[in-house]
Design a protein around this ligand. Sequence first.
Ligand code: ARG
Length: 461
Amino acid sequence: NEGALWGARFAGGPSPELAALSRSTHFDWDLALYDIAGSHAHARALEAAGYLTADEARAMHAGLDALAARVGEGTLRAAPEDEDVHGALENALIAEVGPALGGKLRAGRSRNDQIATLVRLYLLDHGRTIAREVLRLIDAIVAQADAHADAVMPGRTHLQHAQPVLLAHHLQAYGWTLVRGLERLRDWSVRASVSPYGGGALAGSSLGLDPELVARELGLARPAENSLDGTASRDVVAEFAFVTAMIAVDLSRFAEDVIIWNTREFGFVTLDDAYSTGSSIMPQKKNPDIAELARGKAGRLIGNLTGLLATLKGLPLAYNRDLQEDKEPVFDSVRTLELILPAFAGMIATLRFDTARMAELAPEGFSLATDVADWLVRQGVPFRDAHEISGSLVRACEERGIGLDEAPDELLAEVSPALTPEVRDVLTVAGSVASRSGVGGTAPVRVTEQRRDLVSRAQAV
Ligand code: ARG
C-alpha cells in the first residue's frame, strides 16, 4: 500500500474496488490550498511545542509554499493511487522535503480534524464571495427602484389584482429577502469560525500542541470546545446548505415574477438581449433562460440540503466515513449559487420596464375597492358595513361593465347613501398608493424611507 497514510497492520493493499469507492480526490482537491494552510498552522504548533526545530520549521514552510504554488498553477494534482487530498499532499510534501522531515507533519493531527476544519475554511471563503454577489444584486434592485421611483403596478395576492403598489416597493421586497440572506450568512459565519484542528481522530491530542495558535493562524475565532463534536458535527455545513438554499429559493421566486412579467400577456418587462436566449427553431423567440435556470437550480440546492441532512441523521458519534458525503453537495451549492448570482444581477440591472402598461393595468380588476371601504371608514362607517357597500359597488360596476371611477352619482347613491361623490378622490391609483402611508406601506414617502433602511441594512452586513 505504497504512499497510503495507513497500511502496516494490513497483510496487503486494498482491493481495487475498495480503492475506487474510497477515493475522494476528484472533489476534495478543491480543499488543497486550505489543507496546505492547515499544515502551515500545524507546523507552527509543532515548532512551538518543540517537535520541529526552527530550521526544520523553515524547511517545512518552504516545502508547503512550493506545493501551494504548484497547486495554484495546476501542475500538482493528486495521483490515481491517492485516497484523498490529505494523503496526496503528504506524499507530495515528502517528495519535496524528504521523508525525515515530511514524515513529522502528521503528528498530533488526523484527517478527521483536518477535514472538519478545511470544510469550514472553504465555506467561510465562499460565503464571503456569495455575500458580495448578493450585495451586487441588491444594488441592481435598488438602482431599478430608483430609476422608476413613481412607477405603479398592479399588486397581486393569489396572482389576482389586489391593490396597486409602487414598482419600487415590489422590487425592494426582494431586496429585503436578500438582506436577510446576507444576515443569515453573517450569523452563520460566527458559528462556523471554530477550529476542530488538534482534536485528532476524536479524543484530542496528547502532544501538548496549542489549538489556539492553530485557530488564530487559520483566521478562526477559537478551537472547538469538544474534540468529538469538532470532528463529528456537520451542522455548520448543513446550516450553510440551508442559508444558500434559502437564497436560491428567494431568487427562484423573483425569477418566477420576471418570467411572468416577460410574457406577452403581461408585457411588463423586456429582457436585454445579452441576458436572454433564442430558440433553435423559432426565430422570433427571446427566452428568459437566466430566470428559468435560477428557478430550476434552486431545486439542486434544496436537494443538497436534504441529502446532507439524510446523511447525518443516523450517525453515532464520533467520525464516520459517511461524513465524506458532506462535501459534494455543499460544493455544488457554492458553485451553483456563484453561477446564478452574477447572471441574475445582470438580468435585473438591464431589465426594461413598460411603466405605461403597468400603470394602465394598476387600477383594473377593481383594485381600488379597498380604498372605497377605507374611505367609508374615515367617514365613520363601520368596516364591516364599508366592506359590504364597496363589494356591492364592485358588483354593480361589473354588471354595467364599468370601472369604479366611472360609476355615476346616481349609482353611488343607489348602492349606499354613504357613497357621496367625494369618494372619487380616492379612486385614483396615485391617491390609493399615497394613502398607504403606514410603516412599511407603499406610499412614496414610506418607500423612500424603506430604500434608505434597506441600503443601510445591506451595507451593515
Ligand atoms: N475524506 C474524509 C472526509 O472527507 C476524511 C478522511 C477521513 N478518513 C478516515 N478514514 N478517517 O471526511
